[in-house]
Ligand binder design. Structure first.
Ligand SMILES: NC(=O)c1ccc[n+]([C@@H]2O[C@H](COP(=O)([O-])OP(=O)(O)OC[C@H]3O[C@@H](n4cnc5c(N)ncnc54)[C@H](OP(=O)(O)O)[C@@H]3O)[C@@H](O)[C@H]2O)c1
Length: 288
């Protein structure tokens, strides 16, 4: 099995490269293929002729997408369509990473794959349109929605850090942190997601999947847990998201449930608290 990984130097891409055996992977960065070019995408995917292509590429600075929709649709919609067409050309399956931001946040329990999307932002619309392009073009696909990703490599599309690292850095310079308490999600460790994706793609159970670490919390609760695990006494004040006005609307509630993984008896995702602890140990923040 040969697996091409688009966005191989990104947050999730790096962890996919750690999880997938070297002899099976073909890591591709934007220097190898820019998916906004239909010709380049079909040439590269055609030449590699892998049986699986995993797409982690995205334009996902959510507020920047709101201001400038062109790049969002170029990467998240038309880029994904280019990849789906290229995969169709060589008979490859496409694994595509999507987002909780396809939902409006009005639900009070975890969103499953059966819930109807209603995005609140250009980013969410462009990602949902990408999902529809895949479903229109391909039969062999895995669409994987996840939320609040953090991983060892940090998120390139958001300046290279991640929420956990940013919070730890802030605590080193500030006496009190203010963190949003009215956005609830399922924070997900990229390494767990990468392992679960690799397991899933070997099954050929194609379709739409939510894959997150189990449970839910607000960003404030997540922050409290970071300092509890690190045994650090940092003052954290819960605040309302209206205190940080942003260009793009975000869902107030976007915890996801791994319903389809469960149905297939494939759900190996740990609880978010255990995942956070594993991350802190892996990064050397926490000694065991
Ligand atoms: N981060 C989150 O909190 C979060 C939450 C839910 C869902 N997701 C989804 O998860 C996926 C992975 O996120 P991530 O955090 O790993 O992102 P990331 O660190 O920004 O990685 C994305 C990778 O894609 C590459 N890329 C961007 N545009 C490209 C293009 N036109 N052609 C080819 N490659 C391109 C980037 O390269 P350059 O940086 O060099 O451009 C980077 O290597 C994305 O689809 C995102 O929508 C993320």
């Amino acid at each position: 099995m040969r697996i091409a990984i688009i966005g191989a130097d990104g947050q999730l891409g790096s962890d996919l490269c750690r999880v997938i055996p070297k002899e099976e992977q073909v890591p591709l960065t934007i220097n190898d293929v820019d998916i906004t070019s239909k010709e380049a995408t079909s040439a590269v995917i055609g030449k590699i002729a892998s049986s699986i292509v995993i797409n982690t590429a995205a334009c996902h600075n959510v507020d920047a997408c709101e201001d400038n929709a062109g790049p969002a649709f170029a990467v998240n919609t038309f880029g994904v369509r280019n990849l789906a067409l290229a995969c169709q050309g060589v008979g490859a399956a496409l694994v595509h990473i999507s987002t909780d931001y396809v939902f409006d946040g009005e639900k009070k329990s975890p969103y499953t794959e059966e819930d109807i999307p209603r995005p609140l932002s250009i980013y969410g619309i462009s990602k949902l349109a990408g999902e529809y392009c895949i479903r229109y073009i391909l039969g062999k696909y895995f669409i994987v929605r996840t939320t609040g990703l953090y991983g060892a490599a940090g998120c390139l599309g958001k300046g290279g850090g991640n929420f956990v690292e940013n919070i730890i850095k802030q605590a080193n310079t500030k006496t009190e942190l203010k963190v949003v308490n009215d956005e609830v999600l399922s924070p997900t460790y990229a390494f767990d997601l990468a392992k679960q994706i690799y397991q899933l793609v070997k099954t050929h159970y194609y379709g739409l999947y939510h894959i997150v670490n189990h449970g839910q919390c607000s960003w404030y609760e997540f922050t409290r847990k970071i300092f509890q695990l690190l045994e650090r006494d940092v003052k954290v004040q819960p605040i309302n998201s209206s205190a940080f006005p942003a260009k793009a609307r975000r869902p107030k509630y976007s915890a996801l449930g791994n319903a389809n993984l469960n149905k297939m008896k494939l759900d190996n995702m740990p609880a978010w608290e255990d995942a956070l602890k594993a991350y802190l140990i892996a990064k050397g923040h926490l000694k065991v």
